[in-house]
Design a protein around this ligand. Structure first.
Ligand code: ADP
Length: 192
């Protein structure tokens, strides 16, 4: 297993970059937000529950995200390379993931942080609201909630990985091609 975590605030470009990384390196993506939206679209058993959290900008409860991550990882062969996109987002999720990967004698091989200042994020999210029509991008309060959760819950994990020497920061204000180039340099360095 070779595992990369992609972390960054809402609107930092994780989805766009993870697609490119999947194409180039063949990672299996564990993109929690996209998976949750897919479950809502499929009208699954937890649809109403998930919808309530996502549409108001809250994180879904850990038991749901842990179950999804477990199922997805276990469904793949043991030599798979995973790209965790949007998971973990809290210190509790970091602890879960570290313990979970130990079962496979694996660990996090690197954490890539897409660094984008909040003024730019707000502009991007408003733009995305028009293009993708995601309900959680549609109003300022929902965006504010997600930014607040990011600062309270996710920034501590960025600092944790920094302290562990595992964090690789990328300037996420560059254009898409420049960002992917910087990410590829980091991944190639980690794999060599
Ligand atoms: P963004 O990074 O722009 O918020 P995502 O698609 O990654 O977009 O996430 C959308 C929503 O999915 C989050 O606001 C949250 O409700 C849910 N979600 C995503 N990742 C997690 C997670 N690790 N834990 C709990 N909920 C999550």
């Amino acid at each position: 297993m070779f595992n990369i975590i992609l972390v960054g605030p809402p609107g930092s470009g994780k989805g766009t970059q993870s697609e490119r990384m999947v194409q180039k390196y063949g990672f299996i993506p564990i993109a929690l937000g996209a998976l949750l939206r897919q479950q809502m679209a499929e009208n699954g058993a937890n649809k109403a529950l998930i919808e309530g959290y996502i549409n108001s900008g809250q994180l879904v409860p850990d038991h749901l995200s842990f179950e999804l991550v477990t199922q997805l990882v276990q469904a793949q062969p043991s030599n798979t390379s995973f790209l965790f996109d949007g998971f973990p987002r809290t210190l509790a999720q970091v602890t879960f993931l570290e313990n979970f990967l130990k079962q496979f004698h694996a660990k996090t091989d690197g954490v890539i942080f897409l660094d984008v200042p909040s003024e730019i994020l707000l502009k991007r999210l408003k733009n995305r609201a028009i293009i993708e029509e995601r309900p959680d991008d549609q109003d300022d309060n929902k965006i504010k909630t997600r930014m607040h959760i990011y600062e309270q819950e996710t920034l501590p994990i960025v600092n944790y990985y920094k302290a562990q020497g595992e964090l690789h920061s990328v300037d996420g204000t560059q254009n898409v091609d420049e960002v992917i180039k910087a990410i590829e340099t980091i991944i190639d360095g980690l794999r060599s």
